[in-house]
Ligand binder design. Structure first.
Ligand code: PAF
Length: 285
C-alpha cells in the first residue's frame, strides 16, 4: 500500500493509474476506521482496479463547539487495517496541505436539503462536507465513490452536488453496518460510557419497530414518529435532537407515506455524544 501525504504525491499516483486506464474507487473517511468503513473498502475493491482511501479529519465540517479536537484518531491502526483490506493508496494530508489559505476559502453550498435534519442542528456542517468532498473528487478523480448510508443526508447532499456540478463520478451508497445488538457502527461510539452505550440500543430498536409497523400497514408519519419518541424517551439518558420522516433522497416532509421511499432519521444525544441512525423503507400503495 502506497501512502501519500501531499497533493503532489497523490496526483503522481493517480496520474499513473489514469494513464494505465485503471478504474479508481474512492472511500473518503475521517479515520478511526471500523467495519462500516471496511465494508466500503471491500465493495470498492470488488468493483474497481485501484482503491484510494482518504483519512482526513476535516475541520471545516465541525462547528465551534463540536468535537474536532477530540475526534478519535489512530493512524497506525487505520493504516494496518487499510493495508489488510487491500487499499492501494492511502491519502493522509495535514490540514495546511488541504486548506493552505484558510480561512480564505471557496466553499461549496448545496442549498435546500442541507437546511433540515443534521443541517438544522449543525449549521455549516454540510458546507464543510460538500467542500472537502468536492476537493477530494478533483484530486482523486474517482470513477466511483463509496459512502455509508448511516449518514443518509450526507449521501443525498453529495448526490445533489455531483449532479449540480457535473462531477464525472458514480456515488455508491452502502448499507449501515451494525454492532451485534443493533447499534450502528460509528467512530463516535467510543465516547459512550457503559450506561450510555446500553441505552443507545434504543435507536436501532425503535427504527426496527417503526419499519415493522409500516410493513403491517401503518402509513401515518405522525403516529410512527410518536411511537419512536415514546420508545426513545423510555431511556433516561436520551435527549432527542430530531425524529423525522422524509422522502428519500429528495428529503421532503410528508404526512402520508403511501407509495414513497421514506427515510426515518433520528439524532439523539446520550451525555455529550450525539448519535444518528436511520432506516430507509420502500412503501407500496
Ligand atoms: O462521512 C465522513 O466521514 C465525512 O463526512 C467525509 C465524507 C469523509 C467528509 O469529511
Amino acid at each position: 500500500m502506497r501512502i501519500a501525504l501531499t497533493l503532489t504525491e497523490l496526483r503522481t499516483a493517480i496520474n499513473e493509474q489514469k494513464r494505465l486506464g485503471k478504474k479508481i474507487g474512492f472511500v473518503p473517511t475521517m479515520g478511526y476506521l471500523h467495519e462500516g468503513h471496511g465494508s466500503l473498502i471491500t465493495r470498492a475493491k470488488a468493483e474497481n482496479d485501484y482503491v484510494v482511501l482518504s483519512i482526513f479529519v476535516n475541520p471545516l465540517q465541525f462547528g465551534p463547539n463540536e468535537d474536532y479536537e477530540r475526534y478519535p484518531r489512530d493512524f497506525a491502526k487505520d493504516r494496518d487495517y487499510a493495508e489488510s483490506l487491500g487499499v492501494d493508496l492511502l491519502f493522509h494530508p495535514e490540514v495546511r496541505e488541504i486548506y493552505p489559505n484558510y480561512p480564505s476559502l471557496t466553499k461549496v453550498t448545496v442549498s435546500g436539503i442541507t437546511e433540515l435534519l443534521c443541517g438544522a442542528s449543525r449549521p455549516g456542517h454540510f458546507d464543510g462536507v460538500a467542500t472537502i468532498v468536492a476537493k477530494l473528487f478533483n484530486l482523486v478523480m474517482p470513477d466511483r465513490a463509496y459512502f455509508g448510508l448511516k449518514d443518509a443526508q450526507q449521501v443525498a447532499v453529495i448526490q445533489q452536488m455531483v449532479k449540480d456540478l457535473n462531477f464525472p463520478v458514480e456515488i455508491v451508497p452502502c448499507p449501515i453496518i451494525r454492532e451485534e445488538d443493533g447499534l450502528a457502527k460509528s467512530s463516535r461510539n467510543v465516547y459512550l460510557n457503559n450506561e450510555e452505550r446500553k441505552q443507545a440500543v434504543i435507536l436501532s430498536q425503535s427504527l426496527k419497530k417503526a419499519k415493522a409497523e409500516i410493513e403491517r400497514g401503518e402509513r401515518n408519519a405522525g403516529r410512527i414518529k410518536e411511537m419512536i419518541r415514546e420508545m426513545i424517551l423510555s431511556q433516561p439518558l436520551a435527549v432527542i435532537d430530531y425524529i423525522e420522516i422524509l422522502t428519500f433522497p429528495s428529503l421532503e416532509k410528508i404526512d402520508s407515506m403511501e407509495n414513497k421511499t421514506v427515510l426515518i432519521a433520528l439524532a439523539v444525544k446520550f451525555g455529550q455524544t450525539r448519535l444518528i441512525d436511520n432506516v430507509i423503507v420502500e412503501i407500496g400503495g
